[in-house]
Design a protein around this ligand. Structure first.
Ligand SMILES: C[S@@+](CC[C@H](N)C(=O)[O-])C[C@H]1O[C@@H](n2cnc3c(N)ncnc32)[C@H](O)[C@@H]1O
Length: 457
């Protein structure tokens, strides 16, 4: 029997609360835990949507929520039991950010959950705190003497070090725009498998079936779909017509410019989105060696290739630092190094990254990136092109790596993006050193860096 709307919304909040507690207490990844919890919960599509919004929204806005709660919980929120702290965050998130949920409903639900799980003192405290919040007016209240970076950190819920870092790198206005964009829900976009259907063809099918679908302005292979649910569950996906992929990510294979018949190396390939895109651009003619460090991820790549009807992809599992010793030198026409990175360009999709990452993570991963680039570059044929990309906004991992590589390798030169093909990105994507940098506010897609390097000799 289907639960009544009211009961189901109550359960939705409880599922969201359990996920939030486990993310905080066990360090669970929100996206993985959310998916498995939703599968077990058997909630309706609408309530699953509410759980998703509550979990991502609460994690994303955590710093702002804790700042507000700090003013209303007399003993301080760190002293609360984890479930009580997260119940308050979840409820405050609804009050502050979800217009469609009346505030009194959010408070009543919170009190009901508190009564069910704790003693009367706890439900009384939850009731008291949330009702005081309702009376308080404009929130968050900001101190008078705080810096611009502190204001942005509290208002847009980002760690202060991140705001200061972006402010130093891009200026304070851009840093604020980045933080604001990171709190927006990500758009859903798909890449068309052009070995099976044209973009116009798939777009027409989607529109005919009532979907709100439009051609991507970022990639000629992309379609942006609003309110279409999980397109990985669609028949188009099952039949190999599309892959779910962010629009910025689609630019990478295009930058590689692989041609039918070429030999291509994808050094860090799993789960295989860009290998598959390159196979599509090559019309499935040629050879792509899709390598990833983790053996268990090879199946993710081969499953995608099979679903998309691509035979040109062979998987391998080695440390990319060892490829140069294992493969013949100068044996690839194209190399893609989509490097492991801090991931600070994909905070909209993985908001817990904001709280997990530390400044040292950027430094340690950038050392690996430099080594990877140097090592795999020896596998490129003279005249070939190597693309270096990351899904991060940090120039220490992006233009910094490329500049150092070019300095040490005079036999390589950058290939400009200054051509009609890339005009669609206009002045929006930033020229960053020898590559391009997309930030999340530019097109509402992931923050991404892409550089193209040709081997001259
Ligand atoms: C950014 S992801 C790649 C995404 C992939 N290109 C795609 O489009 O689906 C980086 C990948 O690098 C892999 N990786 C990390 N260190 C590596 C190494 N030393 N050698 C090879 N792969 C590595 C990770 O397992 C991860 O799958």
């Amino acid at each position: 029997m289907r639960k009544s709307g009211k009961q189901a919304a109550g359960s939705a909040r409880e599922v969201a609360l359990d996920v939030l507690v486990r993310v905080e207490q066990e360090g669970a990844y929100s996206n993985l835990l959310l998916n498995s919890s939703l599968q077990k919960s058997a909630l309706s599509r609408e309530d699953s949507g509410l759980v998703t919004e509550l979990v991502y929204g609460t994690i994303s806005r955590m710093l702002t929520l804790d700042h507000v709660l700090g003013d209303f919980v007399s003993k301080g929120i760190t002293k609360l039991q984890p479930w009580v702290r997260n119940l308050l965050r979840l409820s405050l998130y609804q009050i502050m950010y979800l217009d469609r949920i009346p505030s009194h409903a959010a408070v009543n639900e919170a009190v009901n959950i508190a009564k069910k799980r704790g003693h009367q003192g706890i439900s009384g405290m939850v009731n008291g705190v949330l009702r005081s919040v309702l009376r308080a007016g404009e929130l968050p209240v900001l101190g008078k003497n705080i810096s611009e970076a502190e204001r942005i950190s509290i208002l847009h819920s980002h760690p202060l070090w991140m705001v200061e870092r972006w402010s130093a790198e891009y200026g304070i206005e851009t840093a604020e725009a980045m933080c604001a964009a990171n709190n927006e829900p990500p758009a859903v976009s798909v890449r068309v498998n052009t070995t099976m259907i044209s973009r116009d063809g798939l777009l027409a099918q989607m529109q005919d079936s009532g979907l709100d679908a439009a051609a991507s302005k970022v990639s000629p292979y992309g379609i942006v779909v609003k309110g279409g649910g999980n397109l990985a569950l669609s028949a188009w996906y099952k039949d190999g017509y599309l892959s779910v992929q962010d629009e910025s990510s689609m630019l990478v294979a295009e930058a590689v410019e692989p041609e039918p018949g070429m030999r291509v190396l994808d050094c860090c390939a799993a789960p295989g989105g860009k290998s598959a895109h390159m196979g599509e651009l090559m019309k499935d003619e040629g050879y792509i060696y899709a390598n990833d460090l983790h053996a268990h991820k090879a199946k993710l790549i081969s499953d995608q290739a099979e679903r998309l009807g691509l035979d040109c992809i062979t998987t391998g599992s080695s440390d990319a630092l060892e490829l140069a010793a294992a493969l013949p030198p100068e044996s690839f026409d194209r190399i893609l190094l989509d490097a492991p990175c801090s991931g600070l360009g994909v905070i909209r999709r993985k908001p817990d990254l904001k709280w997990r990452k530390q400044p040292d993570d950027v430094a340690s991963v950038s050392a690996l990136q430099g080594e990877l680039l140097q090592s795999v570059s020896r596998l490129l044929k003279p005249g070939g092109v190597l693309v270096y990309s990351t899904c991060t906004t940090e120039q220490a991992e992006n233009s910094g790596i490329v500049a150092e590589f070019l300095e040490q390798n005079p036999d390589f030169a950058p290939v400009s993006f200054d051509s009609p093909v890339w005009e669609r990105l206009g002045d929006t994507a930033l020229a960053a050193g020898q590559g391009i940098q997309l930030l999340p506010q530019h097109f509402g897609s992931d923050g991404f860096y892409i550089a193209r390097l040709r081997r001259l000799l």
